[in-house]
Design a protein around this ligand. Sequence first.
Ligand SMILES: [Zn+2]
Length: 475
Amino acid sequence: MPRLLIKHCRTIMTGLAGDLARHSGHDILVEDGTITAIGDLDTPANTPVMDAKGCIAYPGWVNTHHHLFQSLLKGEAGGLNQSLGAWLAATPYRYRAAFDEQTFRVAARVGLVELLRSGCTTVADHHYLYWPGMPFDSADILFEEASALGIRFVLCRGGATQTRGLEENLPQALRPEKFDSWMADMQRLTSRYHQASETAMRQVVMAPTSSLHSTTPEQLRECADLARRSGIRLHSHLSETVDYLDAARSKFAMTPVEFCAEYGWTGPDVWFAHLVKLLPQEIALLGATGTGIAHCPQSNGRLGSGIADIIGLEQAGVKISLGVDGAGSNEAADMISETHAAWLMQRARKGMLATPRYDGGQWEGGGDAATVDDVIRWGTSGGAAVLGLNGTGSLAPGMAADIALYQLDDPRYFGLHDPAIAPVVSGGRPGLRALLCAGQVVMENDNLPGVDLAQLELDAASAVIQLQTRAGLRR
Ligand SMILES: [Zn+2]
């Protein structure tokens, strides 16, 4: 569709900061995948019109941290009430070897469909399901599934060259890779899929599974060098719990962020998931280097890890974005739930840290900690900046036409004084009049063409049974 005029939006939220956060116009003109005008526009000749009467326009959400394979591990009983370390052993690691091509494909599809239905148009998947001699190419499957649904896809290719020294006894599907073959695969994936453009539909990122635990320090430096020579970005997990501080101190006599900086893992082309437990000097170092974060408040809450200091990180200069993390630690891995949680939890965090007083002195609550505009910006233009997709993530002329048109026809949105803030303040799932990615209408009237949700539900249920059987939890 080369040209489309979206008319009569109730409000247009741009994803930008300050006075630019809300556009005064009501129409958006899209030409060849790009927004060319926003305002109260006349209809050009021979231009199809989409009536968005009553709808709120948002930029498509940008999810900067996910593990799509976990979309079939939601609420897994063994890890449901565990903190990070025990949960990793009970849920993702225990089931890793149980995935085959078909179950993996179903997991990816469930996760992507869930995200699209929340208005998400860009997904960065931290994919670490790799072992030597894997019988299927999971990267191919991820790009295929994303492409069939019309969503932008960033493959953060995970991997590890070491476990905690148990390799000999591990089954093949849990063994670490050799560094050289992992780097060779990085080069293969980069040349096959990576597009350098700021509106790329496909990108590849260097993403060791854990910055501290997955490689030797020398390999960490070497893979950063290779990433920069290849023109791709760098991503990993960092400081999700206090365990990272303990490990970095005992193994390297440094803080986790100092360790990353020492081995080339800070800078504007790097972003980390979580950053929940940081020392003040670590926040300063991340800010001074322009490093980014994928803030995952629901997963951090679900695993009892804590609440990252997003306000402090942003003030220090850290680039803020939002990620849903894997559905194995977030049973609502969609961007509306995540932004709703981000809004609430920054306020809860500030309020929680206020010390109660009984001496008549003042104490501050957290009601001003994160505005709705902040949260929309983090989840859209903030995510685009973290990924380097600077031609996406906001609604403005010249930007890619990634547009969610929400219709607020559920009673949970009735009575709102300002309907434009509904997706963030009320959560739930607002219906989509339409969702556009790069100007293509990928959802219309709340319908994903080509996706049979009833069939997907059956496929997911039978895949869960297969995984439980292969993991030895069902006979
Ligand atoms: Zn993660």
